[in-house]
Design a protein. Structure first.
Ligand code: FES
Length: 121
């Protein structure tokens, strides 16, 4: 499987205090890929913004993906509940399935995210 390894800057760590999230758009091989990053207990995790239940965006409001207590990622449509650290659906309509993780690295406070693998046609 081919992979577009180009990383793109999506946020600065100071924009994302613990328990917050931010949406971003990657351009991967000419395609627009919407993703989001969460600061979960001090660690950053990035996923494609696409629910495992029905492939649609999950945010409640712009940049809002986490539950009020910041313990889970919640899909706004039917309430699928995901572990922010692993992307695993732990409750709701798709238990055991995983959000698509995006490779992320932090360089001097800047968060970079890589494109997801290309899926064969
Ligand atoms: S679309 Fe996300 S839970 Fe149904």
């Amino acid at each position: 499987m081919q992979r577009d390894l180009s990383e793109q800057r999506v946020a600065h760590t100071q924009e994302l205090p613990q328990g917050s999230s931010k949406k971003f758009i990657l351009t991967c091989n000419g395609q627009r890929v919407e993703g989001f990053v969460v600061n979960y207990r001090g660690s950053f995790h990035a996923y494609v913004n696409r629910c495992c239940h029905i492939p649609m965006p999950m945010d409640w409001f712009e940049n809002q993906f986490l539950s009020e207590d910041a313990r889970f990622i919640i899909c706004a449509t039917h309430g699928a509940t995901y572990d922010p650290a692993t992307g695993e659906c732990v409750a709701g309509p798709c238990p055991g399935e995983y959000l698509e993780r995006l490779l992320l690295r932090v360089v001097e406070g800047t968060i970079f995210v890589a494109c997801p693998p290309l899926t064969p046609p």
